[in-house]
Design a protein around this ligand. Structure first.
Ligand SMILES: [Zn+2]
Length: 561
């Protein structure tokens, strides 16, 4: 595209001997023929004129400020200018001050465009100019923020009865070569939620079981199975919802809850008999996920102080460890929220983005492709963040970059699979992170597991047997202790449990331990040093929670053995 201002601006470049006449002619030709290219893109990409020189020339010629922007400068919350306009004219709306909207340009601030933006945003437009590199770095960061999705586990298409013969699918099911009906059902629910659908319809037609999802009143086919599958899905769904699996002639209603990661979904079931067989509708209610404040995670007072002590450090690496589904990311998000403060530039790198944070720049990344990951991390470090949250250290690449970022003065928070806090240290070494990087940066490691809490409405005291005391590691059985359990009531559905909490250990790395890590010592030596520095292990803290009546011994034994 070509504007009058381009011609004026480029003519000025000729008088300054930055561009020659022949280049000028070629530029006009390219811009006239190519509606997708802008003037400065051709100057930089085709003629090799420096990015910064162009920026300076635009600033001088139009008398507007030249700036360098980080994502932290871009505070605009509302969508004042459509993304189509932004993409087309290569602009980024920056912030609003009263009646003025600052907009970053990489091309001359065209008069007609300023007028168009003014009408669209209903604000006076204040143009500033940034370099192309700056512009591209910002786009890289913004484009990667996406809505949180649940990770899909299987590809339903390969079992679609409209793509594969029904006999083959039935045969595969009989031979146990198909994923279980529970797994298929989970996948159908996951894909519906990811598509923002709130209803799933299992419809028995003459020749197939058709599964459609409802997206804002529009039904869309997701997958089809052989007709026989209505019975399989029906049995699983009815069992989950507490319905009569043999009843197919009368309508029934029920409900159940599923969890995928940190997402909890209430599902309401309605079954209806029809001419060709049963019809089942599932209505999905996504429970709004909220970030817990750090005080509500389940740390005891003294340990909460330890957590806050760690988070107050200006730089270094803090790790949350534990097995899969141990609430690590809940703790991680709580920690990042605790750090939220207007002076801090917080960037998160997640796979997937689980919560939307309004105070941080969130980048969704596919950590399986290390090239993409390393490149993105480089772009992030250029943004000079203070705090980086990395959803997981899972390999040498993620581990090395986390340590490097911490070494360069960032506070880095991440999670890692590990059996114990101390056990995470040799794991980091095995990932190839050198001891002389780890020793100066590692601040602390939390290890945690999730256990069920005693229902407060039916909690009762009891005197534990000496065997029970020994099972949780209390050797001196002569002291008379009181433990607690839930009798079972309507609040907890007779289970005696209600809600969950963490059991945990926190390793705060002190000077002694730093020295040992530096020497790359054995796990035994690390443990000795930690204990002499006051480290209390997960079992010790779990017993404390038993004694205050928060959890039961059976839950601790289940979690810790
Ligand atoms: Zn109860």
């Amino acid at each position: 595209m070509l504007f009058d201002e381009d011609i004026a601006f480029v003519t000025n470049l000729i008088t300054k001997n930055i561009l020659d006449k022949a280049q000028y002619e070629r530029l006009l030709k390219i811009l006239k023929e190519n509606q997708n290219k802008t003037c400065t893109e051709v100057l930089i990409e085709e003629f090799g004129i420096s990015d910064n020189l162009i920026k300076k020339e635009i600033a001088t010629y139009y008398n507007i400020p030249e700036v360098v922007l980080s994502d932290a400068h871009i505070t605009l919350k509302e969508n004042l200018i459509s993304s189509v306009t932004c993409t087309k004219y290569r602009i980024i709306p920056v912030n609003v001050m009263g009646t003025e909207l600052t907009v970053a340009f990489i091309n001359p601030p065209y008069k007609n465009l300023l007028e168009l933006l003014k009408q669209e945003a209903k604000k006076v437009i204040v143009p500033v100019v940034i370099s192309h590199t700056n512009f591209k770095d910002l786009l890289k960061i913004f484009n990667k923020v996406e809505q949180a999705k649940i990770t899909s586990k299987i590809n339903l298409e390969q079992y679609d009865a409209r793509k594969v013969s029904k006999d083959k699918i039935l045969e595969a099911h009989k031979l146990g070569r198909l994923p279980s009906i529970e797994t298929l059902l989970d996948e159908i629910i996951i894909q519906s939620i990811n598509a923002n659908a709130h209803d799933i319809h299992f419809e028995t037609l003459e020749n197939e079981l058709r599964i459609r999802i409802d997206k804002d009143g529009v039904l869309e086919r997701l997958v089809s199975f052989p007709k026989e599958f209505i019975e399989f899905f029906g049995n699983v769904i009815k069992t989950k919802g507490g319905l009569n699996t043999f009843e197919r002639k009368k309508p029934q209603e029920g409900a159940y809850t599923v969890e995928f990661g940190d997402k909890e979904i209430d599902i309401r079931i309605i079954t209806l008999p029809t001419l060709h067989g049963e019809r089942i509708a599932l209505r999905l209610f996504l429970k709004k996920a909220t970030i817990k404040p750090i005080e509500d995670l389940g740390f005891l007072q003294k340990d909460l102080e330890n957590m806050l002590y760690l988070l107050n450090k200006p730089f270094g690496l803090i790790l949350v460890t534990g097995p899969a589904s141990s609430g690590k990311s809940t703790t991680l998000y709580a920690m990042v929220s605790e750090l939220n403060n207007p002076q801090k530039n917080i960037i998160t790198v997640e796979d997937p983005v689980e919560f939307k944070l309004d105070f941080a720049t969130q980048i969704k990344i596919d950590a399986d492709t290390s090239l993409n990951f390393t490149e993105t991390m480089k772009a992030i470090l250029k943004q000079r963040p203070n705090v980086i949250m990395l959803s997981e250290i899972r390999d040498a690449d993620t581990g090395t970059i986390a340590a490097e970022a911490a070494l360069n003065g960032n506070l880095v928070l991440s999670t890692m699979l590990a059996d114990s806090a101390i056990g995470a240290i040799p794991r980091l070494s095995h990932l190839g992170i050198p001891a002389h990087w780890l020793a100066p940066t590692l601040l602390g490691i939390i290890n945690q597991k999730l256990v069920r809490k005693i229902c407060p409405l039916c909690k009762e005291e009891y005197i534990p047997s000496s065997e029970e005391l020994r099972r949780v590691g209390i050797q001196d059985t002569s002291i008379e202790l009181k433990f607690y359990r839930g009798k079972g009531c309507s609040n907890c559905g007779g289970t005696g449990y209600s809600g969950r909490t963490i059991i945990y250990e926190i390793l705060v790395v002190d000077e002694e331990l730093k020295n040992i890590i530096y020497q790359d010592s054995s796990a035994r030596k690390l443990k000795e040093t930690a204990v002499s520095g006051g480290f209390k292990n997960i079992r010790y803290n779990a017993v404390k929670k038993i004694l205050i009546g928060e959890i039961t011994t059976s839950e601790v034994i289940r979690a810790l053995g």
